[in-house]
Design a binder for this molecule. Structure first.
Ligand code: KIV
Length: 271
């Protein structure tokens, strides 16, 4: 008889049940084994292997440069760490916008080579054919509307989206289209709280917000941001749960000092 306690894994159905019961869904990004282990141990529902890895892991200004191979590397690292959470991997820029066959091939590579449970794609009606084709292959898809960082050069800024009536109605139509196509959830990024709440009530599938207020079914943050690792990123929607920048800086400075003064290693720290 096994002494290990069976872990009840989070699935796309779990998320739907959570919405139906009014239980909020927690989601954080994760890109590497060590961090993902801690996030999973804390009991997060969803880990998003976001293409924000392009910014926070690789130091690019935008999410555009990250490649499918690099997303697969991050995805596989997270999958090796996680026992409970649902793992969603972003399809990176250029891996699905060309045509639906290319989109399907990219999604298949992510599923086969990482072992993740679902993919996320930015966009609405313009990518619906690709969304349908991926879903037909049995791959769960999470949508992403509002501020879509892969289109940054089309919009030119990272300001709040869909403040005007026309863009807001288009966003609602896109959310309905993604739901009808079969997406299991949608991320809404940086849009007015009232609009996000309206979408969450209009569609049946879970709506996860980032900078979209509290009237949605769950929240997502970039893990480096909520830990306060980058002290230069301070948008209004971000709650920092730590000031790791300061703490890490203190630790690194202390280590350098200890090496330079010969204080480290001491007698007990050697063989
Ligand atoms: O890539 C990412 O981190 C994301 C979240 C901001 C939702 O898409």
């Amino acid at each position: 008889m096994s002494v290990h306690k069976e872990v009840k894994k989070v699935t796309t159905h779990t998320l739907q049940e959570m919405k139906n019961r009014g239980h909020k869904i927690s989601m954080l990004t994760g890109y590497d084994y060590s961090m993902a282990r801690i996030i999973d141990e804390a009991g997060i529902d969803v880990i998003l292997v976001g293409d924000s890895a392009s910014n926070v892991m690789a130091g690019h200004e935008t999410t555009l440069p990250i490649t499918l191979d690099q997303m697969i590397y991050h995805g596989a690292s997270v999958v090796r760490a996680v026992q409970r959470a649902l793992i969603v991997v972003d399809l990176p820029f250029g891996s699905y916008q060309g045509n639906s066959k290319e989109a399907l091939n990219s999604a298949i590579r992510i599923m086969k080579e990482t072992g993740a449970h679902a993919v996320k794609m930015e966009g609405g009606s313009e990518i619906i054919e690709s969304v349908r084709r991926i879903l037909t292959a049995g791959i769960p898809v999470m949508g992403h509307l509002g501020l879509t960082p892969q289109s940054i050069y089309k919009f030119g800024t990272y300001v709040v989206r869909a403040k005007e009536h026309e863009e807001a109605s288009r966003l609602i139509e896109d959310a309905k289209a993604l739901e009808e196509a079969g997406c299991f959830a949608i991320v809404l990024e940086k849009i007015p709280a009232a609009l996000a709440s309206n979408v969450a009530q209009t569609v049946q599938i879970p709506i996860i917000g980032i900078g979209a207020g509290n009237g949605v079914d769950g929240q997502v943050l970039v893990v480096h941001d909520m830990l306060g690792i980058n002290n230069e990123f301070n948008p209004r929607f971000l709650r920092k749960y730590h000031n790791l920048h300061e703490q890490m800086l203190g630790a690194f400075t202390a280590y350098i000092r200890d090496v330079q003064t010969g204080d480290f290693p001491n007698d007990k720290e050697q063989y």
